[in-house]
Ligand binder design. Structure first.
Ligand code: DAH
Length: 365
C-alpha cells in the first residue's frame, strides 16, 4: 500500500491530466472533475489517507498530494475556459447573418381574410350604419325555435322545404337539429327584447344539400325590424340602400315577387337587375334578374308565438345567403371551394387583414 501510495500521485496525475485534455465538452470535463475531486474522487481518496500517516510522512506526502490537487484544479479551470471559448466560436460561426437576404413578410402581410368573413364584415358595416345591432343564436337549435314558433306547424309540408340535419334524441326525447336558417334568431330576439327591435343576425346554417351552389353548411344573414309602424316601404328602402352600398354601385333596380314563407305574410322574393359583361356580372342595369333574398311582413302568429301583441306591433324581416352574395360580388363560380381550405384559392380571392371594410374608406378596396 505504501509503495502504491508513493507511486500513486504520479500515475494519478498523468491519468487525470490526460482525461482533462481529452474532455471534448463541458459535461465530459465535469465528469473528470467529479471522478478526481468529488467526494468519492481519486484525489479525495488520497487526501483521506493523510490521517493515518506519521507526522513526518504527512508533511511530505501532504504537500505532494495538495500540489497534485492544485495542479488538477488549475488544469480543470484552464480546460473549461478553452471549451467555453471553442463553443462560443462554433456558435458564432453558425449564427452568421446574411444581411443581404430579403426580409420575410409578416403574418399580417401574408395572411388573407376569407371572402365569407370579409362579406360578413361588409354587410355588418352597412347595417350598423343604418342603426342595426347584431343578434346571435346557437347552431344547434330546438325544433320549436327553428320551425314551430316560426309558424311551421308540426307535420306541415313547409317543413319539407328544408332538408334538415336532425340530432339523435336527448334524454328528454327532444330531437335537436342544426338550424336550417337564421330565422330562429328572430324568435330568440323577440322573446328577449322589447320593441323597437332592429337587428341583423349573421351566422352558419345547415341543410342536407351539396352541388356547385349548395354546401351542407352555408351562411345567412337575417334582418328583423319590429315596432308599431314598420312597413314594406321601409323594408324596400333598407334593401335598396343595402344593395347599392354592398355592390358599390350608384343605383340598383329591384323587383319584389310574391312568394311564400310560413313566417311572413305577405312574403316576397327580391330580384336585382344585372347584366353579364365579359363573363363578369354587373349590377344595377341590364336585362336579367337575379334572386338575392326572401322577405316579408312578420306573420301575426310569429309575433304571438314570441309574446308580442300583433294588435300593437308589426314589422318585417328578410333572409339572405351570405355565400351567394359573396359569389355574386367577387365572381367566385363554385361555392364548394369556399370550404376546401386551399391556400392558393384563398391567396387569390382573400382580403388583406388590415384593410377593414368601412363605409367611409370603402368596403372592398
Ligand atoms: N329563412 C328563409 C330561408 O332560409 C329566408 C327568409 C325569407 C328569411 C323571408 C326571412 C324572411 O326573414 O322574411 O329560406
Amino acid at each position: 500500500m505504501s509503495t502504491d501510495l508513493l507511486r500513486g500521485p504520479d500515475r494519478l496525475e498523468a491519468q487525470v491530466l490526460g482525461a482533462i485534455a481529452e474532455a471534448h465538452d463541458e459535461a465530459a470535463l465535469e465528469a473528470v472533475r467529479v471522478a478526481a475531486l468529488g467526494k468519492k474522487g481519486s484525489i479525495s481518496a488520497l487526501l483521506s489517507t493523510l490521517g493515518k500517516m506519521s507526522p513526518d510522512e504527512r508533511r511530505t506526502r501532504g504537500a505532494e498530494i495538495n500540489a497534485l490537487k492544485e495542479k488538477v484544479s488549475d488544469a480543470l479551470v484552464q480546460r473549461r475556459t478553452e471549451l467555453k471559448e471553442a463553443a462560443l466560436a462554433a456558435r458564432l460561426a453558425t449564427e452568421t447573418l446574411d444581411v443581404t437576404l430579403p426580409v420575410r413578410a409578416s403574418g399580417t402581410q401574408l395572411g388573407r381574410i376569407h371572402p365569407i368573413s370579409q362579406v360578413t364584415e361588409e354587410l355588418t358595416a352597412i347595417f350598423a350604419d343604418m342603426g342595426f345591432s347584431i343578434a346571435e343564436g346557437p347552431d344547434i337549435e330546438s325544433d320549436d325555435y327553428n320551425f314551430t314558433k316560426l309558424n311551421f306547424p308540426v307535420g306541415h309540408p313547409a317543413r319539407d322545404m328544408h332538408d334538415t340535419f336532425f340530432l339523435a334524441p336527448d334524454a328528454s326525447r327532444e330531437r335537436k337539429l342544426l338550424r336550417t336558417h337564421t330565422s330562429p334568431v328572430q324568435v330568440r330576439t323577440m322573446l328577449s327584447q322589447q320593441p323597437p327591435i332592429r337587428v341583423i343576425c349573421p351566422g352558419r346554417t345547415y341543410r342536407v344539400d351539396s352541388d356547385q351552389t349548395h354546401t351542407p353548411q352555408f351562411h345567412q344573414v337575417e334582418g328583423l325590424v319590429i315596432d308599431r309602424s314598420a312597413h314594406l316601404g321601409h323594408l324596400k328602402w333598407i334593401l335598396e340602400e343595402f344593395c347599392k352600398a354592398f355592390f358599390e354601385v350608384p343605383s340598383v333596380k329591384m323587383r319584389f315577387r310574391p312568394s311564400f314563407f310560413p313566417f311572413t305574410e305577405p312574403s316576397m322574393e327580391v330580384d336585382i337587375q344585372y347584366r353579364r359583361e365579359r363573363g363578369e356580372i354587373r349590377f344595377g342595369e341590364g336585362e336579367d334578374w337575379m334572386e338575392i333574398l326572401g322577405c316579408g311582413m312578420v306573420h301575426p302568429n310569429v309575433l304571438k308565438n314570441c309574446g308580442l301583441d300583433p294588435e300593437q306591433y308589426q314589422g318585417f324581416a328578410w333572409g339572405m345567403g351570405i355565400d351567394r352574395i359573396a359569389m355574386l360580388k367577387y365572381g367566385m363560380p363554385d361555392l364548394r371551394q369556399f370550404f376546401e381550405a386551399d391556400v392558393r384559392w384563398l391567396k387569390h380571392y382573400g382580403f388583406r387583414p388590415l384593410d377593414i371594410p368601412t363605409l367611409a374608406a370603402g368596403l372592398s378596396s
